[in-house]
Ligand binder design. Structure first.
Ligand code: WTA
Length: 650
């Protein structure tokens, strides 16, 4: 095993191969990673480029929590993603960009070109007063400049906070305020399918509430007319020109400490306010690079197509940082799978000879619903490996993907992980781990999952299920929630002391294989996007005719889960249809269109206990279409309300 047989006392090679090549090797490496985690991660980290090596591999406790990896090391992640490849891969493709409109030309950026553009834009940021440690909000369409902006922040040590282009002005304002961002990078607009999203105008609305922002850099994409505010707003293109006239001076990468913050990414939890998940430089780099190389068994020259948006963690880790740190070719797609027709993914695969396709169950189910006719004349022969992420993949979708896209010859890696984990955690390794439909299979080396019961007691053995926790740190894990460390502790480390709690339910079958069964907290997973029920309720309650509401999920054929809202509107004779669409609009305005309820049922009251707690269990059953078996309703303040709600169920 390993290219280097220079063994440490602990029997772990000084450099560990990132890629495992057989199941036997997986078992052996896994064992080592549990018995000697520090030696194991030292061996993995040797594959990266450091300005200065670490003094201590790991310092941790899950009580505060405090997690420090590769302490004392100095590095810059962009040197690993760009500079170190220039000699060997300078003219190789780093990013292939496929536009929303198939008639527009695609773009290719080699490592050299990407490096130069990142340095150039990093200088633009500096010219606009951005410094190490500043928070920068990025709200952009899926164009190469988004990746360039992200990397330019990392280059100068600024902390990026990317906000997905589907979020509303209010959501952006909340995120900008939470992190006191100083600068915003956006575009005039963004193309998504037939839509043209007025990004700059949404930013303008958001910034009314954001006094900390003094500069907005605007990229031209859609040529949508925008209002530029004097002294605040500048055009990307003009700023780049200025740097060019200054003679395109190079931009040396800022030297970062291992535990300096790299980025913040907001995600929903069970309370009303999204949490700013913080990832740091060294651990995140090592973890995303390692998991990318190993799980996808990336071979030089392969084209890797991850269909996620860079606005989500999947895009951060597996379009930008993971693939680029490995010198891979990443394909970035601006549009949506159904535009201009539902054959678009397959056209892209054929056009760019995609070798690895990493997508989400919701996209697979949506494309399945159009039948296989669309696939008839598509050449998918380049595909060698498939991946799935974001939610449990149902067996029907798994088999469809396997048969129609992989032609039963390509492994499917069903990768379980979270914004908080930074990278893949439980997943098959392509062509190494035997797959099983619906199962994320086995933990990757370095990952120690446990199942616990309600009281936090570990459930050992196989053929069991419980709440999924992780009992030992891994380099890519969350360090804190921005500006509120206590929140990080209570959300992830307090439910089961000594463990990181994922919020997911899980079963471990007789073979020891893991199957994620879905969230056990008040978080919905709609089309692979995490949405907190409390957030949606807060938004609905802002509508003037709403007194109270309760939101639950229900099974949805395409989205996985749909949003079902029970809403108390006391006004008599309301025009229900109009009020429904008004409420949906309010949610879109407060959060974004992704959180709009699919169903809104008007009720006169909610099932509550005598202490005033809403019994969501009952609402969940009703939303799922269950009318008998609602469990014990005797503790309700007004049991009759349940019959009324049942009778009106949609
Ligand atoms: C769910 C996305 C089953 C899970 C990377 C998790 C999955 C949440 C899978 C995280 C999978 C993600 N099988 N469920 N392969 N992948 N999930 O933070 O509930 O957007 O907790 O990160 O998605 O969502 P997030």
């Amino acid at each position: 095993m390993g290219i280097n047989c220079n063994l440490t006392a602990a029997n772990i090679p000084i450099i560990m191969n990132l890629k495992i090549s057989s199941f036997e090797e997986y078992k052996q490496v896994y064992q080592q990673s549990v018995e000697q985690p520090e030696e194991f991660w030292n061996g993995i980290a040797e594959n990266f480029q450091w300005r200065k090596k670490w003094e201590k591999t790991l310092e941790w406790n899950f009580k505060e929590p405090k997690i420090e990896w590769f302490k004392g090391a100095k590095l810059n992640i962009t040197e690993n993603c760009l500079d170190r490849h220039l000699d060997t891969l300078g003219n190789k493709t780093a990013i292939i960009w496929e536009p929303n409109d198939p008639n527009e030309d695609h773009r290719i950026l080699t490592y050299k070109q990407l490096h130069d553009k990142v340095c150039q834009f990093a200088n633009v940021l500096k010219n606009n007063n951005a410094q190490k440690g500043d928070r920068i909000c990025i709200y952009m369409p899926m164009v190469p400049e988004l990746a360039i902006a992200v990397l330019a922040c990392a280059r100068i040590g600024a902390i990026h906070s990317v906000v997905f282009g589907g979020f509303s002005a209010q959501s952006i304002a909340d995120r900008i305020q939470d992190a006191s961002c100083k600068l915003v990078i956006t575009a005039d607009g963004g193309f998504r399918g037939a839509k043209n999203i007025p990004l700059k105008s949404i930013i303008d609305d958001a910034l009314v509430q954001c006094p900390t922002v003094d500069k907005v850099i605007v990229l031209t994409r859609t040529r949508t007319p925008v209002a530029m505010i004097k002294g605040r707003d500048v055009w990307w293109e003009d700023e780049v020109k200025k740097v060019e006239t200054q003679g395109n001076i190079p931009c040396p990468a800022e030297e970062m400490d291992a535990e300096d913050e790299l980025f913040i990414l907001y995600t929903s939890g069970s309370t009303g306010k999204p949490k700013g998940v913080v990832h740091t430089c060294a651990g995140y780099m090592v973890y995303t690079g390692y998991t990318f190389a190993n799980v996808f068994q990336y071979e030089p020259g392969e084209v890797f197509f991850c269909t996620a948006d860079i606005g989500w963690i999947t895009g951060h880790s597996y379009i930008v940082y993971g693939p680029l740190s490995q010198g891979a070719t990443a394909l970035m797609f601006e549009g949506i799978p159904t535009y201009p027709n539902p054959g678009r993914f397959w056209d892209i695969v054929e056009k760019h000879r995609v070798n690895i396709l990493y997508t989400a169950p919701t996209a697979i189910r949506s494309l399945m619903s159009f039948g296989t006719d669309l696939l008839k004349d598509k050449d998918l022969s380049s595909i060698k490996k498939l991946g799935s992420v974001g939610e449990p993949i149902n067996e029907e979708a798994w088999h469809w993907f396997d048969e129609n896209i992989g032609h039963k010859k390509c492994p499917i890696v069903d990768t379980w992980w979270q914004t908080e984990t930074g990278g893949l955690m439980i997943s098959p390794i392509a062509n190494v781990t035997k797959t099983k439909p619906g199962y994320a299979t086995l933990p990757l080396p370095g990952v120690q999952p446990v199942l616990v019961d309600e009281t936090g007691k570990e459930i050992e053995g196989n053929g069991v299920s419980g709440n999924l926790c992780i009992k030992f740190p891994w380099p890519g894990m969350i360090r804190t929630t921005y500006g509120d460390h206590e929140r990080c502790r209570t959300a992830y480390f307090a439910t089961y002391p000594g463990l990181y709690f994922t919020g997911d339910g899980c079963l471990r079958d007789d073979d020891g294989y893991y199957r994620i069964t879905g969230r056990v907290d008040d978080v919905l997973n709609v089309s692979g996007h995490r949405i907190g029920t409390a957030e949606v309720e807060n938004a609905i309650n802002m509508h003037s005719s709403v007194v109270e509401s309760a939101v639950v999920g229900y099974p949805h054929d395409i989205k996985g889960q749909g949003v079902y809202a029970f809403v108390v509107c006391p006004e008599k004779h309301i025009n229900e249809e109009l009020t429904r669409s008004d409420i949906a609009m309010t949610v879109a305005r407060i959060i974004g269109a992704i959180a709009k309820p699919d169903k809104i049922q008007f009720v006169t009251g909610l099932p509550k206990t005598r202490s005033g707690k809403i019994m969501r269990r009952i609402l969940r059953k009703i939303a799922e279409g269950e009318t008998s078996n609602l469990g014990d309703t005797s503790t309700l303040l007004d049991p009759a309300i349940v019959d009324e709600i049942k009778a009106g169920a949609l």
